[in-house]
Design a protein around this ligand. Structure first.
Ligand code: 4AD
Ligand code: MG
Length: 431
């Protein structure tokens, strides 16, 4: 007998197959049992009729409980009403283990309880759908860059210095020296861009941020392209092309999961078409002033400010030229107004906030040295970075996109904690 996976069961219509999986749900209507079996690739309804299956098989099947592990045999038939389109008429069953009292039942559970059981919660259809889309999104992101001649060059996780300010650094002991978990691969990307011209890195990054918002993780994944000789406008264009492609491919590949499982309204995603609006920080500040959000000109946007701004647009939009005072040390000054920088954020609509941050980097050695000092950073740790300005300096730009915020936006999920298999939050390090 052929062993099959649920996702490919359609190839075996009319034949008997062996499936291995777990009981997702079981209900009976007297002499018929309906066992919903999931095997990780999908779910299929398996039918045990007492009359045709016989008493022994029927009794064994009746004893199954949610999440029991089983090997089940039966004949595949097509049924357009069944979830997945196929059913199994059961002819045999081997129980690997009866799962007693599986903690996550179809009734409502509190978020803390579910998060404590994250290792089991991943089996549920909603979490399964989100993480499946995550895997696809990662593929679309990589393919976008790979297909455009970008070279993937990995950057280290243990680093000797800060990239995004010293207040959110995770310090660890490195054989007696201090090391920090990376906040961003950008500084290394800049070195890599001088070697390969167009590069990206994609990996976990860490921020010791005492934020408990629905947009903040302590450990999150970031993809960061960096392009030699690109200026601010070039990198904005790259960001627009990138978002259009990854949102478009997610829609194309996961339309059913988005609508059926996640109940995502697809209309806002369909509108993710070029061109995206581009507004300056100063214009955004004027809008916020009128809306009385408590925003102070010169400061950074808060979550409410981002939400209010995004109400004005039906698609993602860029905000550029933030004040130098609120941006990282490496930001190239705006030649038109030196108090501003050639920086850019991309804000997602529907209140999802900033999903991209980036801009043009300082390529002048003296200015960069000055900034390192002004930001209270140890020049010694940045010597290698300054070398990039000593030996063939070049204008260059890049950005970082947060994978989880982007996935939350695509899936229409309120809180970022469901977008990563094992979230690290202010008050959560387990499971
Ligand atoms: O704006 P950020 O801090 O930019 C950088 O780190 C740059 N060095 C990137 C670059 O230019 N190469 O972070 C970039 C993105 C944000 O727009 C957001 O999507 C995500 O990373 N991000 C977070 N996501 C989840 N939780 C957090 N605590 C995040 N902090 C930033
Ligand atoms: Mg940012």
């Amino acid at each position: 007998m052929r062993t099959a996976e649920v996702a490919g069961v359609g190839e075996f219509c009319g034949q008997e197959v062996l499936l291995k999986g777990w009981v997702y749900n079981i209900r009976s209507s007297g002499k018929i049992l309906f066992i919903l079996v999931r095997d990780g690739t999908g779910t299929i309804q398996c039918i045990v009729e007492k009359a045709s299956a016989g008493g022994e098989l029927f009794d064994a099947a009746s004893g199954l409980q949610q999440e029991s592990s089983i090997e089940i045999r039966g004949t595949v038939s097509e049924d357009s009403r069944a979830p997945g389109g196929y059913e199994l008429q059961v002819t045999g069953l081997d129980v690997i283990q009866i799962a007693e009292d599986y903690p996550i039942t179809p009734k409502e559970h509190g978020m803390n309880f579910l998060m404590d059981h994250r290792h089991l919660w991943l089996r549920s259809s909603r979490q399964h759908a989100i993480l499946k889309i995550r895997a696809g999104l990662i593929r679309f992101i990589r393919e976008f860059f790979d297909n455009r001649g970008f070279i993937c060059v990995d950057t280290p996780i243990f680093t000797p210095s800060a990239c995004e300010g010293t207040t959110t650094l995770f310090e660890t002991d490195y054989f007696g020296d201090k090391a920090y978990l990376t906040q961003s691969g950008q500084l290394y990307n800049e070195a890599n861009a001088a070697a390969f011209r167009k590069v990206y890195c994609f990996g976990p990054t860490f921020r010791a941020e005492k934020s408990k918002t629905r947009r903040h993780l302590i450990e999150f994944w970031m993809v960061e392209p960096e392009v030699a000789f690109a200026e601010l406008d070039d990198i904005i264009q790259l960001g627009e092309d990138f978002i259009v492609e990854i949102v478009g491919r997610s829609l194309e590949s996961y339309r059913d999961l988005l609508t059926d499982v996640l109940e995502r309204d697809l209309a806002p995603l369909e509108r993710v078409q070029p061109p995206f609006p581009r507004i300056s920080y100063n214009d955004a500040a004027d809008i916020l002033k009128k809306r009385e959000t408590g925003f102070v000109h010169g400061g950074d946007f808060g979550g409410t400010d981002e939400t209010v701004l995004s109400e004005g647009y039906d698609r993602p939009f860029f905000v550029h030229r933030f004040p130098a005072a609120i941006k990282a040390f490496y930001m190239q000054p705006d030649p038109e107004d030196e108090s501003l920088t050639l920086s850019v954020d991309l804000l997602a609509p529907e209140g999802y906030g900033e999903i991209i941050g980036g801009g043009q980097r300082i390529h002048d050695l003296e200015l960069l040295k000055r900034r390192v000092g002004e930001h209270g950073l140890p020049e010694k740790a940045f010597e290698w970075y300054l070398d990039l300005r000593r030996y063939g300096t070049f204008p260059h730009s890049g950005f970082g996109l947060g994978l989880e915020r982007t996935l939350a936006y695509i899936c229409g999920i309120k809180h970022i904690r469901e977008t990563i298999p094992y979230p690290r939050l202010l008050n959560r390090l387990s499971p």
